[in-house]
Design a protein around this ligand. Sequence first.
Ligand SMILES: [Fe+2]
Length: 264
Amino acid sequence: MRPRRISGGAPGSPGGDVAGGEGPELAEGERRTVAGGSAPATTPRRPPDPLPLGRVAVMSETYKLPDLSYDYGALEPHVTGKIMELHHDKHHAAYVTGANTALEKLAEARDKNDFGTIGKLEKDFAFHLSGHVLHSIFWTNLGPDGGGEPSGPLLDQIGTDFGSYDKFRAQLNQAASTIQGSGWALASWEPASSRIVVQQVYDHQGNHGQGTLPLLAIDAWEHAYSLQYQNNKASFFDALWAVACCAGVARRLDSAKGASIPVK
Ligand SMILES: [Fe+2]
């Protein structure tokens, strides 16, 4: 069981480290791929110029799997270490790989001016990127010291928008429990009307309001619970509140309130 630490950058942010972001300018026709890091050190520098037709834009960032800040078994008995290990190391890792692969293939499509699979690639990108972001948030919503209730501005906002913390939890649990197929229940900041909303997301990206910023994510995919709870997913969602961490949600809310959507 390996202790895992959150890597640099905000949880849920794509990537973190920049692979070759300060690397040399690319020569005509050369491309720095999202998975391949920086171009060779011997690549000659060239003066900055406008992006000419046929030259591929530089993409230097990759999505990376964030470490957990606690041991796999730290959430037991509510979530087993085996579930956490598989969930993080296999499922989340696959979304990270999928998002990077989709970006690579989109770059190749632009290179070749062949957009015959653009629909699949865009769907793949939305699916895998959203899976990466939501899992990254999910890990930070949980912890061995969780289980408390919110206070301060977070509790005030929940009271304003939902009436009480109990009603807020009840709506989230119902949203998670009634998903048809795979998905998530999210508590998100909705900046156009400055309120917290609960959303029932299909897969990782469907049924999701544009512009909303996830604060708290509940994974309702079978891989999150079935090894331990079989088909009793409602028990899993109840159990999560025993290890739910409000501090990260409060920090995320404070940050999200700085966002604005220019819809007027
Ligand atoms: Fe998951």
